[in-house]
Write a protein that binds this ligand. Sequence first.
Ligand code: AFP
Length: 313
Amino acid sequence: MVEPGQTKFQIDLRRHMREQGEDRDLTRLICEIAEASKYIVNSIRTGDLGVAGTSNLYGEQQLALDVLSDRILRKRLFHSGVVANIASEEIEEVISVDVESNRRFSVAYDPLDGSSLVDVNLAVGTIVSIFEGEDLFRSGRNQVAAMYILYGPRSTLVYSTGNGVHEFAMNALMEYTLVRENITLNSSAKIYSPGGQRNQYSPGTEAFVRDLEIRGAKLRYSGGFVPDINQVLMKGQGVFLYPHLNNAPDGKLRLLFELNPMAYLIEQAGGAASTGKESIMDLIPESMDCRAPVFIGSKEDIARAEMLVAQLG
Ligand code: AFP
């Protein structure tokens, strides 16, 4: 119910989830993550861009911001009192929460995806995947929620718990207020984000991209998965691909931390997410660092990608 004088879009995140009738523990968890993002926003704006001197499970040197963002997020998840296990793209093992918790949910996250873009002042984001229970190594179909926070010219938060995809923007008081509800994608893309080296594309992927170009689709690629997926959702159409490459058959993006949560959100918005052969959310992760090729976005285009990959490889 909107208070007199208040517009529908001054509704904050917690109130929106309450009015949606969301589970109280899940509301608490998502709001804790939103709270953590406020500290990450500040650390990006003012933080040290120096290298932290440690490395993550992929052997990539961790920027101080990666480490700091991971610590901020983990602390809030411990504080939530509803989390059992945590998998972070920046930590090599699953962490079992050892403080008082009802252990309702387990969370996989990339605390600062695209962190290498921060020092050139491009947009980056936090990506979060939420499962009920303790097991994070199940297919993405088992997620009960997914969300991301985009640290761009504006800080925005997008979440879904299976009842549509909703966008919030951070205001001057650092509160998230509702901007868009029930975001949906139409079936055909006019923008595309082609990741990976073109000269390493398979014939099927090459044909897919060539068709998009012949159709006049515009190339939009930032190097950050969160802004590129956010663009598809906010434009209501588009396709992002980081496909199987001749020199990297599994592509680049991580199943637990990037692909599952974004596939959940895009499917909730009426789109599709595929490896080129099968749905991303049907994959069972064998390990934390499991990677997969991805075609994600407007449904008809993803189906076309699968057809061309099946025909041409
Ligand atoms: P980093 O987190 O290492 O910057 O990688 C970001 C990312 O995983 C994803 O956010 C981008 O879509 C993709 O890599 C960009 O990869 P390229 O730099 O190979 O284009």
